[in-house]
Design a protein around this ligand. Structure first.
Ligand code: PLP
Length: 410
């Protein structure tokens, strides 16, 4: 592994000058993603799981240069929709390394997925309900099928991401052998899949271990599989004092829990590969002294980065304009421009922010742009990718015309 490859890239490690130049050139709010860091995160994951397949969960960030960079590194891609499937294939990921995980898929999704799988026969479709298996057969699909298992075990940083035990996801554990046996008549059943949840930390390893052990038991019971996919959820530190995940221990625990199976292990990291490769830049527009707090108003809001509003997620913030300046820290609340009280990035100690300052919000590479919306008729921001010394716009900033483009004016 490369020596200059720390297991986490903190917000303090980014060059304030380079980020300020990008903000000057492209405006704010601006997503910045460093492809070198994405590659390194992938290599670290692949090195920890040397005999496993690593499938990037595209939902974390579908920006094309990231998909391409990961494909070139050898990653597969796990797709949550036919749209992501299209994107992965368009980015050059070979069909054999692409998996579509269907969750209560509408008819149109299955139609598109089956068409794409016909054009790319290596694609695997994962079904999480007997109905989905039946609906695939009705469409004449007889290709590679994986069954998503509800392992009855969940884990994660928030109840809204602990999917493993949620009845919505996957076939009930005890029903899987019978479903696999009957599906074998119509499909090439190649794998079993489960995902415990997101944000698994060192302390949460027991849930991960339990899930993997259950998947190992099931794989031995049904036999004849190509892979056992134990999902993603590898956590990253969002707070400066949080330690990075010890990937080698997670990998060892995974191997041990899985036991001997004649199938390749697959892992599906999303956040781990892209979170700390990205920052969100935003400008301070208002500093207001209120009786209960000093509120620092910024241009980015819950429409730009939704995680704090949805999951109460903490993202570190740094005042880039204060780099090298002698400004004491102040306790402030950072809030966006959306007329909702949920539109806040929470309380932070920041080098005394002033109007016009540039702030960087950390760990914005995962579930940032992907969850952005046009609520309040706000155009979505631009995304710039860094590749070595070069920087290029990967998604241009939306305009008001983009926001109103679908209106019929009737
Ligand atoms: N796999 C599946 C099926 C998921 O639903 C998710 C996230 O929701 C992931 C992988 C990736 O999770 P993470 O980004 O936490 O690694």
């Amino acid at each position: 592994m490369e020596r200059d490859d720390p297991p986490v890239r903190r917000l303090a490690d980014w060059s304030a000058d380079r980020l300020a130049e990008l903000a000057d050139e492209h405006g704010t709010p601006l997503y910045v993603l460093d492809l070198d860091r994405v590659r390194r995160n992938y290599r670290r994951m692949a090195a920890a799981f040397p005999d496993a397949e690593v499938h990037y969960a595209a939902k974390a960030n579908t920006v094309r240069p990231a998909l391409r960079a990961l494909a070139e590194e050898g990653a597969g891609v796990e797709c949550a929709s036919p749209g992501e499937l299209r994107r992965a294939l368009d980015a050059g990921v070979p069909g054999e390394r692409v998996q579509y995980t269907a969750v209560n898929p509408p008819d149109a999704d299955l139609d598109r997925a089956v068409d794409l799988a016909a054009e790319n026969p290596g694609v695997t479709i994962t079904a999480g309900a007997p109905d989905t298996v039946e609906r695939l057969a009705e469409r004449g699909y007889d290709g590679r099928l994986c069954v998503r298992v509800n392992p009855g075990v969940g884990a994660g940083h928030h109840e809204k991401v602990a999917t493993g035990a949620d009845a919505k996801f996957g076939v009930p554990y005890d029903d899987v052998p019978e479903l696999v046996a009957s599906a074998r008549a119509d499909f090439d059943v190649v794998g079993l899949h489960a995902h415990a949840g997101s944000g698994i930390s060192g302390e949460d390893l027991s849930a991960h271990r339990e899930l993997v052990a259950r998947m190992g038991d099931l794989a031995r019971e049904v036999g004849g599989l190509e892979f056992v996919d134990v999902g993603g959820g590898f956590g990253v530190p969002y707070r400066p004092d949080e330690q990075p995940l010890d990937l080698d221990s997670v990998a060892a625990a995974t191997r041990e829990a899985l036991g001997a199976v004649e199938a390749t292990l697959t892992v599906e990291p999303g956040r781990y590969l892209v979170a700390d490769a990205g920052v969100l830049l935003t400008a301070v527009n208002t500093v207001k002294e209120a009786p209960t707090a000093t509120v620092v108003g910024v241009g980015a809001g819950m429409t730009t980065l939704a995680r704090p509003a949805i999951y109460d997620a903490h993202h570190a913030i740094r005042n880039l304009s204060a780099a090298g300046a002698d400004r004491p820290d102040r306790a402030v609340t950072v809030a966006g421009p959306v007329c909702e009280s949920a539109d806040t990035f929470g309380d932070h100690d920041l080098a005394a922010p002033e109007r016009g300052d540039l702030l960087a919000i950390g760990n914005a590479g995962a579930y940032g742009y992907e969850m952005a919306s046009q609520y309040n008729s706000r155009p979505r921001p631009a995304s710039v990718v860094l590749d070595g010394d070069s920087a290029r716009v990967a998604r241009r900033r939306e305009t008001m015309a983009d926001v109103t483009r679908m209106e019929t004016n009737r």
